[in-house]
Design a protein around this ligand. Structure first.
Ligand code: GLU
Length: 305
């Protein structure tokens, strides 16, 4: 996994999934990861997270990149695609398997219907297949053995301590349909890009300990993490493509960037509101201080976004 960008001292990234158009929540992640990297003279990468082919909307990657350009963003190097990294996921999977971190699991969704929930709402695996497939069960998915406690200092949210067996349990790295799980893919993608700083929405905070465990098991450097407050709608739900948050339109780039900067604790001066996107971004990079980003969730009605 050598890559020329790995030598840069700070490397950030924005990794949208091409399942819908970018929205206000995506803009927060793009803006904050961009400012965080650029304000320290670092590189900023864009990756299209198109691993789950069934959810990919054809042409959405191009739409996302056009929107980023209209919003004044310029990334380094070529855009990365998860779908081109499969050989690297296979290699990581083989390495984990050889070192006995993985085991095959024969449980179906139905078998796990009664299992308790992990902190992110997924299934807390009861360990049925941990010591070997029970008679009559065939391998479906592959699970990683969750062991020990992961502690990390999130640059925005502070110290996070997660007891892996109790809070998340053995988790899937390769699904029954053969697709690698996001948790494994993102670790490999970030290592391939030489990413030093992951800045993303706090909806992924609950995935971070698992990703750190995988970085360690694969002997890959662990990036620093910063999880942004999540913009929520009037019902308290995260703004996502699924909740139909309004897409980012090119014509309103300046207004929405200013709004995102307000949200991130970096309100631009009045005379800059309405300036071209690139000027707003330059101001944001020059004034970026991650300590000003609020930790709490904030309420934003979608109609105002
Ligand atoms: N592709 C993921 C998403 O759009 C983000 C992955 C990450 O930032 O680690 O939610």
């Amino acid at each position: 996994m050598t890559n020329p960008v790995a030598s840069a001292s700070v490397v950030g990234r924005f990794a949208p999934s091409p399942t819908g158009r970018l929205h206000f929540g995506s803009l927060l992640a793009a803006l904050a990861s961009h400012c965080d990297a650029r304000s320290r003279g670092g590189r900023w990468l864009v990756r299209i997270d198109d691993l789950d082919a069934a959810r990919v909307v054809p042409g959405m990657d191009a739409d996302i990149l056009r929107t980023l350009e209209a919003y004044g963003f310029a990334w380094d190097g070529e855009v990365a695609y998860q779908s081109r990294n499969l050989v690297h996921y296979e290699a990581a999977f083989a390495k984990l398997r050889e070192s006995a971190w993985l085991y095959p699991c024969g449980c179906s969704r139905k078998d796990l219907a009664e299992a308790p929930r992990a902190i992110d709402g997924s299934t807390l695996y009861p360990g049925t297949c941990r010591e070997g497939l029970p008679p009559g069960k065939a391998a479906r998915a592959w699970r990683f053995r969750a062991e020990g406690t992961v502690t990390f200092d999130d640059r925005i949210q502070g110290r996070v301590v997660e007891d892996l067996p109790r809070e998340v349990g053995d988790f899937v790295v390769k699904r029954a349909d053969g697709v690698f799980a996001y948790q494994l893919a993102v670790v490999i993608d970030d290592a391939l890009g030489g990413v030093t700083d992951v800045v993303r929405g706090a909806d992924l905070l609950g995935s971070t300990a698992r990703q750190i465990a995988l970085h360690r098991a694969l002997e890959l450097p662990v990036p620093r993490y910063a999880h942004l407050p999540v913009a929520v709608d009037a019902h308290g739900d995260k703004l996502s493509k699924q909740t139909l948050a309004r897409p980012l339109e090119a014509a309103e780039a300046s207004a929405r960037i200013a709004q995102a900067l307000d949200f991130l604790g970096h309100a631009p001066p009045a005379e800059l509101r309405g300036a071209p996107p690139a000027e707003l971004l330059a101001w944001a990079v020059a004034h970026w201080d991650i300590g000003k980003v609020p930790t709490i969730r904030q309420y934003y009605h979608p109609d105002t976004l």
